[in-house]
Design a protein around this ligand. Structure first.
Ligand SMILES: C[S@@+](CC[C@H](N)C(=O)[O-])C[C@H]1O[C@@H](n2cnc3c(N)ncnc32)[C@H](O)[C@@H]1O
Length: 268
């Protein structure tokens, strides 16, 4: 990966985060309302239900309360603030986009959280945190951006405490339609690439455990169905694909291997 290409991806993200207005305040209720809105009920967006299930999974592993948390490629840091508001001892967050971090920091100060939430511009290939710093690392939709850079998994392993875990919610290209989608789509300016469970396992092999849990099969098509006009037809299709997946995963759990919206749990 050339430095020029990385710079053009960074420029893309910088312009994506450009805003004239300050960011709206983050409230626990606001974040949770979105996390609890499944798209098959006609609410939220197509991704929010996976973020909701992802947070339930983190809770099953002990949650973030009282822990030092890293929000990995945090963008505007909505979740960093949320973890700070809901009991994390300290939250650090970083992103390559300085524009995002600048606006997010302003909001953290406005919300009186500067003692608990620390955000910095940083590159995932060269983290500036000490070894063994974090009890928990959380990343939303970011591995498909950074996987092509060197030292990504080594760096996350380095900054985690022994036994600590990294959690990611990601769309994997193991689902056949997504594989095809990526073939047709080709290279994109924002720099995201198709990722596969086998690739994650290979690159994160130095972790003591790598768990990949696919959570959508037919329901993966929501990515496209979601673009249709909202209404009873869209809702009906989404409810059906969601229902079929739940039944299929119950009777044939290995099908999760070809899931697209997936959760990754890496244990140091
Ligand atoms: C899809 S966004 C997700 C942002 C945030 N986690 C969220 O859920 O809103 C992916 C993020 O990865 C960041 N990113 C891409 N390459 C990066 C790198 N090499 N180091 C750090 N952040 C990077 C982008 O700037 C962008 O904010």
């Amino acid at each position: 990966m050339s430095e020029g290409k990385k710079q053009s991806e960074k420029d893309y993200h910088e312009s994506f985060y450009q805003r004239d207005e300050p960011l709206p305040e983050i409230t626990v209720e606001g974040v949770e309302r979105n996390l609890l809105r499944p798209c098959y009920e006609g609410n939220g967006d197509h991704y929010s239900e996976n973020r909701g299930a992802f947070h339930q999974l983190i809770r099953r592993y002990g949650g973030w309360e009282g822990k030092r948390v890293l929000d990995y490629a945090c963008g505007f840091g909505d979740f960093a603030v949320y973890y700070g508001l809901t009991g994390a001892a300290r939250v650090d967050g970083f992103d390559i986009a300085e524009t995002a971090i600048e606006l997010a920091r302003e909001r953290v100060e406005r919300q009186g959280l500067a003692d608990r939430v620390h955000l910095e511009p940083m590159d995932a290939s060269a983290l500036r945190y000490e070894d063994d710093s974090f009890d928990l690392l959380i990343g939303h939709g970011v591995i498909h951006h950074v996987i092509k850079y060197p030292h990504i998994f080594e760096e996350m392993h380095r900054v985690l405490r022994p036994g600590a875990r990294a959690f990611f919610v990601e769309g994997l290209a193991d689902f056949p339609l997504w594989k095809l989608h990526w073939k047709i789509k080709g290279e994109v300016p924002e720099g995201d690439v198709p990722i596969f469970a086998s690739e994650i396992r290979e690159k994160a092999a130095h972790f003591s455990d790598v768990h990949v849990e696919g959570d959508t099969f037919f329901h993966s098509a929501k990515r496209w169905i979601w673009r249709a006009k909202p209404g009873p037809l869209r809702r009906g299709i989404l409810r059906t694909t969601h229902g079929i997946d739940r039944a299929l995963f119950r009777v044939f759990p290995p099908l999760r291997r070809w899931g697209s919206f997936s959760y990754l749990v890496l244990t140091k």
